[in-house]
Design a protein around this ligand. Structure first.
Ligand code: ATP
Length: 307
């Protein structure tokens, strides 16, 4: 192996918001959040190859809507490369191959995962040795969820979600994830939140109950504490999501929840076996894509000896 010429592959996970408390919009237009993120085992890979210029190529599983993702300078992986280059005062050339398994515009922060993975992959490819603090700061410039995609695990997010701090989480949590073929726009869901809750408190609801439940390691406790302030606006825009949650719970899920701004719905289960049983039941009743994943998993990390 010739050191320094090999491509670098970095894997980054989807997130589920176990608690998403939303406050009234701030003066800068952002909504203040108190959120608890969990990284789950549904991942995109970004491979950075040495090249003479910066480019992005997209691939992914057949049910991913790649047509709605830009493969140019608007791609979040591309934007990450430009920002990291600017930080180091140079242009970063690379061919970035983004292999997507995280549904697009699904409320699972797939674009943020790609941005985080691109930051780490390019840092390694060009041996830039960017400090963790600088990577987190650049990540926050790219998007509210990107710092969490870097650190992974389970973390409390404040500010607009970009200030992240790992939290105690003693459990292994099993999720059934049901993506939807039609994405839901995050800004549109926030606008609908503002319409539904014009008198929202500027301080978002606290995550204390959820944080206590995480420390028990008990799925039943966690199920009782899951909370998402964007669920009502998302279901108001897409009533079928509410029906899917009811159906999953009638099939035995401990709790169904819209993930972030939706339209992905996640179901918390008791165990690995329980999640496989529920996934089978949902597939038999017509959901075309049903995934099983556990959390918490690692943040953006290099995949060793990737070929
Ligand atoms: P959010 O982080 O706002 O919850 P999301 O998970 O709902 O986002 P994403 O998959 O991150 O949705 O996509 C949001 C938008 O970002 C889409 O409109 C998409 O076209 C754009 N986008 C840019 N780059 C990427 C990328 N690498 N992967 C996915 N989407 C991207």
């Amino acid at each position: 192996m010739i050191v320094g010429t090999q491509p670098v592959t970095v894997r980054a996970a989807a997130k589920v918001n176990l608690h998403l408390g939303v406050g009234a919009p701030r003066d800068d237009g952002f909504h203040p959040l108190t959120t608890v993120y969990q990284a789950v085992g549904l991942c995109d890979d970004v491979t950075a190859h040495h090249d003479d210029e910066l480019s992005v190529e997209l691939g992914g599983t057949d049910w991913i809507d790649l047509a709605s993702v830009a493969a140019d300078e608007d791609n979040l992986a591309h934007r990450a490369a430009v920002l990291l280059g600017r930080h180091h005062g140079r242009d970063l050339a690379a061919r970035l191959v983004v292999e997507k398994a995280i549904p697009v515009a699904g409320g699972l922060a797939g674009g943020s995962a790609d941005a985080a993975a691109a930051l780490v992959a390019l840092d390694r490819l060009h041996d830039l040795r960017t400090s963790d603090d600088d990577l987190l700061r650049l990540a926050a410039e790219l998007g509210s969820d990107v710092p969490f995609s870097l650190i992974g695990g389970t973390a409390l997010g404040t500010g607009r979600g970009e200030i992240v701090e790992p939290v105690a989480d003693v459990g292994t949590w099993w999720w059934v994830i049901v993506p939807d073929r039609d994405g839901l726009s995050t800004p549109e869901v926030y606008r609908h939140f503002d319409r539904l809750f014009p008198d929202a408190d500027p301080t978002p609801p606290s995550a204390e109950a959820l944080l206590s439940a995480l420390r028990t390691g008990q799925p039943v406790s966690l199920a009782r504490s899951l909370h998402n302030d964007l669920q009502e606006p998302a279901i108001d825009l897409r009533p079928d999501l509410g029906r899917l949650i009811d159906h999953g719970e009638s099939e035995g899920a401990l709790r169904g929840l819209v993930s972030g701004s939706g339209p992905t719905v996640v179901f918390l289960c008791e165990s690995a076996d329980h999640s496989r049983d529920l996934a089978g039941a949902l597939m038999r009743s017509g959901s075309p894509v049903v995934l099983v994943a556990n959390g918490a998993v690692a943040g953006a990390h290099v995949v060793p000896d990737h070929v």
